[in-house]
Every structure is written in C-alpha cells, then in structure tokens.
Design a protein around this ligand. Structure first.
Ligand SMILES: C[S@@+](CC[C@H](N)C(=O)[O-])C[C@H]1O[C@@H](n2cnc3c(N)ncnc32)[C@H](O)[C@@H]1O
Length: 255
C-alpha cells in the first residue's frame, strides 16, 4: 500500500466527517491573536507554554503536517510569516478558508512531512509540528529534514504519541478494557489482525504507526537538536489516560 496516498484520502475523509482536528478557529480567536493574545495546541488538551515561543512578528514559521485551519492562521495573525505543509488537500483548504476569511497571508504546500525537498536549507526560524508523525512509517527523516530547513538557533516544537498507547488493543481500550496486545515499534499495516485492518480501510480511517522513544527523542538528538523543553498530555475519553499520559511535547533547538 502507498501509505502517503492512502492517508491523504483518509484525512480528507476526516474533514468530511468533521474530526475536531479539521475544524477552523473562530474570528474571535484570530482577533485575539492579532492583539498578541494566542494559545495553540501541540497535543490534545494542554496549551503550549507561552515561553516556548520566540517573538513571532516577522518570523519565518513552518507548520509541519499541521493543517486544519487552526495553528497556522493563529500564528500568522500573531505576526509570523507562515508556511503550512500537509498531505491532505482538504486539510489545506481549511487553512485557505481561514486565510481568506481573515485576510491573512499563508503559504500552503501539499507534501510529505518526511521530504521537505521543496524548501532550501535554513529557510525557517521556527517549526510547529503538532501530533502527526503517527501517520508516517519512519520518523527519522522528519527530524533530519526539520533540522535541515531550520536556521541555526531555530526552534522545533513537536507533539507525538507516547508509544505506550500502541501496546493496547485500541478497540477494547475504547470500551474501557486494557489488554496488552502489541509490541513496539507498532504498525497498523503489519500488526493489526487482517480483518481489523480491512475494517479500518473500508471505513477510510487514517492508518497509524507507534514509534519508539529512541526514534522520537533519540531521532531528534541524532539529527542534531538539543531538547530544552518537555511536557506530557492525555487523550480525552479513553481509559488509557487514567493510567498514563498519552502524548509528549518537546521543544528542541538547532545549535
Ligand atoms: C492530527 S492532524 C494535525 C493537525 C491539526 N491541526 C492539529 O491541531 O493537530 C494530523 C495531520 O497530519 C497530516 N498528515 C498525515 N500524514 C502526513 C504526511 N505524510 N505528510 C504531511 N502531513 C501528513 C494530516 O493530513 C493531518 O492534517
């Protein structure tokens, strides 16, 4: 299966079914961001600490796999020059919608987070990468490419899944039962029983990969980043969150 093309259509489906990560922000949120009063999510519930942001006006920002009419227009309204790269045309259309509604300049690029060849080395000051690398089979190229396109001293904020999430049978976990079924690294394509995988594909659901912390955190440091900030967050309405945080956020600097 061509996973990039499959997940592109699957995320377009998420837009059609109003997944919360595809719903554009309100005019009030943009007006507040224009006054410098903004909050954005890298994970699901906790807002990114304000001191994780440099002064945004005039900064070249890449929202990496971060479309959906949310963070990119907020950062643009706060004064940054924002480029959004995403794999799903309908997700990018959400950002276009907000940009047109609010008269904001956004550069929209359809592409793969693992291949940023369309950008020169050292093109950006700041990369905002919300939880999305669960949709690629290999995260190492994502960190290497992010490092390459950042200017020295630039910052990468990344949200990603705590891999422990992928140990459990997800369908049972949704019903409140925790059953350890899988090992890490995890792949929907390779590890789901055939009929369960087929049911996800028939429903047009995005397919996911559970990366190890060696790939998530070690992958960033190996690419050259220094990690200078960390927090965890929890998914709503799922029993796993009663036992462990399910998301990790890191702040990393290109020295
Ligand atoms: C959970 S959404 C993240 C964006 C959202 N605005 C948020 O607040 O978290 C995941 C995004 O990753 C994008 N995506 C999935 N696979 C991708 C890939 N290979 N390259 C770029 N974007 C990808 C999806 O299209 C989707 O917009």
């Amino acid at each position: 299966m061509d996973i990039r093309s499959y997940n592109s259509k699957a995320w377009d489906n998420q837009v059609d079914s109003n997944n919360p990560w595809t719903i554009p922000v309100s005019p009030e949120t943009i007006a507040a961001a224009r006054r410098g009063d903004f909050r954005v999510l890298l994970t699901e519930q906790k807002f990114v600490p304000a001191d994780w942001f440099p002064a945004l006006p005039g900064l070249d920002v890449l929202c990496l796999a971060g479309s959906g009419g949310q963070q990119a227009p907020i950062l643009a309204a706060a004064g940054a020059n924002v480029t959004v790269l995403d794999n799903a045309p309908k997700q990018l259309a959400r950002d276009r919608e907000v940009a047109e509604r609010e008269n904001l300049a956004l550069t929209l690029v359809e592409g793969d987070m693992a291949d940023l060849a369309m950008f020169e080395d050292e093109s950006f000051d700041f990369i905002f990468h919300p939880v999305s690398n669960l949709f690629v089979p290999d995260v190492r190229p994502v960190w290497r490419e992010a490092y390459r396109v950042l200017r020295p001293g630039g910052t990468l904020l990344a949200g990603f899944m705590n891999p422990v999430f992928y140990l459990f049978d997800y369908d049972l976990a949704e019903k409140g039962e925790m059953v350890v079924r899988y090992a890490l690294p995890y792949s929907d394509l390779e590890n789901l029983p055939k009929e369960r995988l087929q049911a996800y594909v028939d429903a047009g659901e995005p397919l996911e990969f559970g990366h190890t912390l060696t790939d998530q955190i070690g992958g960033q440091t190996e690419a050259g980043f220094s990690i200078v900030g960390f927090y965890e967050d929890r998914m709503r309405d799922i029993v796993i969150s009663e036992h462990t945080p399910t998301y990790i956020a890191t702040r990393a600097v290109k020295r």
